[in-house]
Ligand binder design. Structure first.
Ligand SMILES: NC(=O)c1ccc[n+]([C@@H]2O[C@H](COP(=O)([O-])OP(=O)(O)OC[C@H]3O[C@@H](n4cnc5c(N)ncnc54)[C@H](O)[C@@H]3O)[C@@H](O)[C@H]2O)c1
Length: 273
């Protein structure tokens, strides 16, 4: 029997993309999935898709930037089903473009969703995770959380924040003796969800497949792994960025195409940028 059988997993931003792919993968392991998303119509379609495959699932419309709504969803979930065992902080937005060409409001929204939403969700649901016999926190960061990303300044820096927050929570839980709680941080390069349509994956690599990354996240949770970094280049990026003199790491960023990867970006936040 899978270690995830009978566990309840809440995923933010689960109506489509990587969030929905992870919902399918967790469900395949026998977990009950709680889908949440800002987009109620897409969320209902996702819930119907999973329910039609006899997956135990429920859904709640939730904007992770709305602190009152987070508390309301937690209360409703406790009333309807009970506490969660796993929280997957996945909801994210990007507004690409040269820093000055993107309205300040879009930069600020990037931090509100990608950073403040993640912190607020973790603050609300960590008591559930601590009470679970085998709780787990998953943070969907990005390989851009290790590099400077032209045309993705606030997106990349929000992912630096996600990695720093996840590492600090992990260290704090360990320091406090909560050894049964797992923490996994996920740092992929570009994935084929549409969020980064037109972006160029690092040279020698291809666009990643959302269902494959989702399976790797589930495997990491089962094995209590701290990191999912995909593909190979994401595994060595921290070393390349922080272990080498800056001119060398800048050269490698250019050589692997990281610096120009968003030049032709046509992804999800494009029309609003
Ligand atoms: N696609 C990639 O190339 C890629 C690479 C690395 C990391 N990531 C990260 O993976 C996560 C999922 O990305 P994706 O590619 O599936 O994107 P996506 O755009 O397909 O899905 C994101 C989901 O988040 C939801 N969302 C947006 N704002 C929200 C809010 N305020 N509250 C609740 N839900 C909200 C959207 O409605 C959408 O369903 C994000 O955190 C993203 O930064 C994506």
């Amino acid at each position: 029997m899978s270690r995830l059988n009978m566990k309840r997993v809440l995923i933010t931003g689960a109506a489509q993309g990587l969030g929905l792919a992870m919902a399918r993968s967790f469900a395949q392991e026998g977990a009950e999935v709680v889908l949440t998303d800002l987009d109620g119509i897409a969320l209902e379609a996702a819930r119907e898709e999973l329910a039609s495959s006899r997956v135990r699932c429920r859904s709640y419309v939730l904007d992770v930037t709305d602190i009152d709504a987070i508390d309301e969803v937690r209360s409703a979930l406790h009333h309807d089903a009970g506490a969660i065992d796993l929280l997957v902080n996945n909801a994210g937005v990007v507004f690409g473009g040269n820093f000055l060409d993107v309205p300040l409001a879009q930069h600020q929204l990037t931090y509100r969703v990608n950073v403040e939403g993640m912190v607020a969700m973790t603050h609300a649901f960590l008591p559930d995770i601590l009470a679970s016999p085998r709780g787990h926190l998953v943070f969907i960061a990005s390989a851009s959380g290790y590099v400077g990303l032209p045309k993705g300044t606030t997106y990349a820096s929000s992912k630096w924040a996600a990695i720093g927050f996840a590492e600090s929570i992990r260290a704090e839980l360990k320091h406090l003796g909560h050894r049964k709680v797992g923490v996994t941080t996920v740092c992929p390069t570009y994935i084929n969800t549409g969020m980064f349509e037109g972006a160029a994956p690092p040279k020698t690599t291809t666009m990643l497949d959302a269902s494959q990354i989702a399976d790797k996240v589930v495997e990491a949770v089962k094995r209590r792994r701290v990191w999912v970094r995909e593909p190979w280049i994401a595994k060595i990026t921290p070393l390349l960025k922080h272990g080498l003199p800056t001119p060398v790491s800048d050269f490698l960023s250019d050589a692997f195409g990281a610096s120009s990867s968003l030049d032709d970006w046509q992804g999800r936040g494009k029309s609003e940028s």
